[in-house]
Design a protein around this ligand. Structure first.
Ligand SMILES: Nc1ncnc2c1ncn2[C@@H]1O[C@H](COP(=O)(O)OP(=O)(O)OP(=O)(O)O)[C@@H](O)[C@H]1O
Ligand SMILES: [Zn+2]
Ligand SMILES: [Zn+2]
Length: 744
């Protein structure tokens, strides 16, 4: 590559401002993205350092006027450069501006002084602190003495950092020294407080079972031998995956390296975090979405300075600037929340693999219901598969029953609860055991189905359900096919055909009516909007302050309620017919995870799945808890329809407040796209998005399908280059989504 685009100061807001330089002969083939270089800058003969963002053969200026890079500032790629190279990869793979990509990987430095109250706390027992105090007094370390004394005098065992600075003259150096000595901790109140005393940290709480031990040994041996292919642990719920992760992390820490653990935000509960604290003590730190930008920055700085070694958090924890990252663990790797919903719409799993590749770390994925994408990669030999098919202590898997709602209708039961579910609920209420009822989140728009025979109206071209829009229009969200809602079922002629809609509020009301006296909690978007609302509900339920918990799928993920012995999936069809190609996969995952909530304690549990489609493979295989059978059927569908992972699907999301302009633009974009599309690429759409209007912005989608990812990225690069010149298209927002996971 002859030219390099270089960014000069990454702390500036204007991250998109790059400068082009010539790559001199001696750096040809050596220079890589992310490297720090010395460059002449301006006309005053100044020399600055900058990072290489991109290498290219296209000269954007007058080639004769381009100055050459003077040389490398650093040998190899340092941490910052690594993250910058990752940003460049994300931009290339997923599409975004460089600014967006850099802001994703580099936490924005605190520009405004935020008011964060930080607390200084003793990290040892009073006795230990008193002993240390005596030693310091002997050595006349007056600054340290002042602080420890003050902490010992405090009744609440913590004090405000700012106050300590002002009143006790606490300096950063003293604070650091005291932390190094393990005497104090400095924490912001919004992060989880380490609830475990250092003396309670248990390095080896269990002996691993042979099946767990075998995985740990094989993964470690492969990593040592330089086989850095990601490992996928397919282990049923409660099979001991978390213990395997912790053992692998312990080994990495022993080598002086660090670990990142990604878990879905929703599972980032006190319970989970506590287990990591118990094992690794103060080396653990946490990132979650309620942290302010400044607090997040602080957490990252602690990691950079080596104050913490294990970072736990949702997808953004992936960008923790650990200097010697050794392992990235992704728990519940199938979760949709690992896909970003902002540009660049990266998938944390893929980005993790890329980051690991850059720094020689290994990646461990785990799930009871692996994504079809990851499982397919194990078949292709790209990932290594490990299995934990049994629960620890041979605890029983829950029993699963499927109820055919068409039968219920035939028997004249039009309530939300089937006769069987009602009977089991009565039984549990009588015994004082707990019940969870959940509704799979519905697709954005309702689908149309027959309550008599279960027939669902689908797109003849895309094999996904059509969504009902206003005016009785049924729309395919891939190809734009439209038809009118039928009055009679095309399959059986019944008039019981219509939109399928239900909400958690109705369920809670029906439960209250059917079971007077039962204590009912509801957890969904409405009841958790308030800060802490989510935790409050979960805590009340785990303290058995309610008999029935009603909610969307947020209640079935990652929580452990030993009192629950019955789980009811009220309408499996809601996710099954969400109108996108991953609907069956999401349904299978939800149902298996939900069943996994039943019977976590000593009493075995039962899960009841209510559906109009008892013969659908995703329901049948979920009821059998048979992942492999599900995978085979699902892959056959993906192959037949050329959906990922059998091919790649790139979505272009078009957004505008002007509906007319958007419609015209979409047509123009398709024409433009066709002019540059090689025959291997299929163009689909444009169509209305699943959510065709959001906050007064109209949304449309165009899809490109191709087996070669390279062709799509190349096409994306071409479009990004021509877009600014297209007057009609430059006025509205276009975003790319490679292999979309969540409906748009
Ligand atoms: N080797 C072991 N010896 C004793 N207990 C164990 C062992 N491994 C795991 N456990 C315990 O079994 C329970 C389930 O283990 P763990 O949480 O690691 O499973 P998991 O597969 O991560 O579960 P889930 O998928 O539901 O999150 C935990 O309470 C854990 O402490
Ligand atoms: Zn019918
Ligand atoms: Zn279609």
């Amino acid at each position: 590559m002859k030219f390099a685009n270089i960014i000069v100061d990454i702390s500036l807001e204007k991250l998109d401002r790059t400068f082009q330089y010539r790559v001199p002969e001696e750096l040809q083939g050596i220079l890589k993205e992310g490297m720090q270089v010395r460059i002449p800058f301006g006309n005053g003969g100044r020399t600055l350092t900058g990072y290489v963002l991109e290498l290219t053969d296209t000269c954007e200026w007058d080639e004769k006027k381009l100055k050459p890079i003077l040389g490398l500032a650093e040998k190899g790629i340092r941490l910052e450069g690594q993250l910058i190279a990752l940003a460049a990869w994300m931009r290339r793979t997923y599409g975004s501006t460089m600014n967006q990509a850099l802001k994703t990987v580099l936490p924005v430095k605190k520009s405004v002084q935020e008011k964060i109250s930080r607390k200084v706390r003793l990290a040892v027992t009073r006795e230990e602190a008193e002993a240390a105090l005596a030693e310091m007094e002997r050595k006349h370390q007056t600054a340290r003495v002042r602080i420890i004394k003050a902490l010992l005098e405090q009744t609440v065992q913590d004090m405000d950092y700012a106050a300590a600075q002002k009143e006790l003259g606490l300096t950063a150096a003293t604070a650091r020294k005291l932390m190094e000595l393990g005497l104090i901790r400095i924490e912001s109140d919004t992060i989880f407080r380490n609830p475990v005393r250092p003396s309670e940290v248990q390095a080896h709480p269990f002996t691993l079972y042979p099946a767990q031990q075998a995985i740990v040994e094989d993964v470690a041996a492969r990593a040592a031998a330089g086989d850095l292919r990601p490992s996928l642990i397919h282990g049923v719920t409660g099979s001991g995956k978390t213990e395997v992760y912790m053992e692998l992390i312990a080994a990495v820490l022993e080598q002086g390296k660090e670990a990142v653990v990604l878990i879905p935000e929703i599972a980032l509960t006190f319970q989970t975090v506590l287990r990591f604290y118990r094992r690794f003590g103060d080396q653990v730190s946490i990132i979650h979405s309620k942290l302010s930008a400044g607090e997040r920055y602080d957490q990252f700085e602690r990691a950079r300075r080596g104050e913490v070694k294990v970072m736990i958090g949702p997808r953004s924890a992936l960008f923790t600037p650990f200097p010697r990252l050794g392992v990235i663990v992704i728990d519940e790797e199938h979760e949709g929340s690992y896909k970003s919903e902002n540009a660049p719409r990266y998938h944390a799993r893929e980005a993790a693999i890329e980051r690991a590749r850059m720094c020689g770390a290994f990646v461990v994925l785990g799930s009871a219901t692996p994504s079809v994408d990851s499982y397919e990669r194990t078949k292709e030999g790209l990932y290594r598969l490990y299995e934990l098919p049994l629960r620890v202590e041979n605890r029983a898997m829950p029993e699963t029953e499927v109820v055919d709602l068409r039968e219920e209708l035939r028997m004249g039961n039009r309530s939300i609860f089937s006769a069987r579910l009602k009977e089991l609920m009565e039984d549990r209420l009588r015994k004082g055991e707990q019940i969870m009822l959940f509704l799979n989140r519905r697709g954005y728009a309702g689908f149309v189905s027959c309550r008599a025979c279960g027939h669902v109206i689908k797109c003849p071209h895309c094999d996904v359900s059509l969504s009902l829009h206003h005016g009785g229009r049924m729309v395919c969200h891939y190809c734009g096919y439209q038809t009118v809602q039928p009055k009679k079922c095309p399959s059986c002629g019944s008039a019981y055909i219509g939109a399928f809609r239900a909400g958690t509020q109705q369920v809670a009301e029906a439960a209250a009516k059917t079971f007077p006296g039962a204590r009912i909690l509801r957890m969904d978007f409405d009841t958790t909007r308030q800060k802490g609302g989510y935790e409050r509900i979960l805590e009340a339920f785990s303290k058995k302050q309610a008999d029935i918990l009603v909610g969307t799928q947020m209640i079935v993920k990652g929580h452990d309620f030993p009192g629950v012995t019955l789980v009811g999936a009220l309408a499996a069809d809601l996710s099954l017919y969400a109108g996108d190609y991953r609907a069956a996969e999401r349904t299978f995952q939800l149902l298996v995870q939900a069943a996994g909530r039943a019977g976590r304690g000593t009493t075995p549990g039962t899960a009841v799945i209510q559906t109009y489609s008892p013969d659908h493979y995703s329901i049948e295989t979920a009821a059998d808890q048979d992942y492999k059978a599900f995978f085979e059927k699902e892959m056959a569908f993906r192959r037949m329809m050329n959906y990922p992972p059998a091919a790649h699907l790139m979505a272009l999301y078009l957004m505008s407040e002007d509906e007319e302009a958007l419609n015209r633009g979409a047509v123009r974009l398709k024409a433009l796209a066709m002019s540059h599309t090689r025959q291997e690429i299929a163009l689909i759409g444009p169509s209305d998005a699943g959510l065709s209007k959001l906050k007064d912005v109209y949304r449309k989608v165009l899809y490109l399908k191709c087996t070669e990812m390279n062709y799509l990225t190349e096409w994306k690069g071409w479009l990004e280059a021509v877009l600014p010149k297209e007057k009609q298209l430059s006025t509205f927002n276009i975003q790319f989504d490679m292999d979309p996971v969540n409906p748009f």
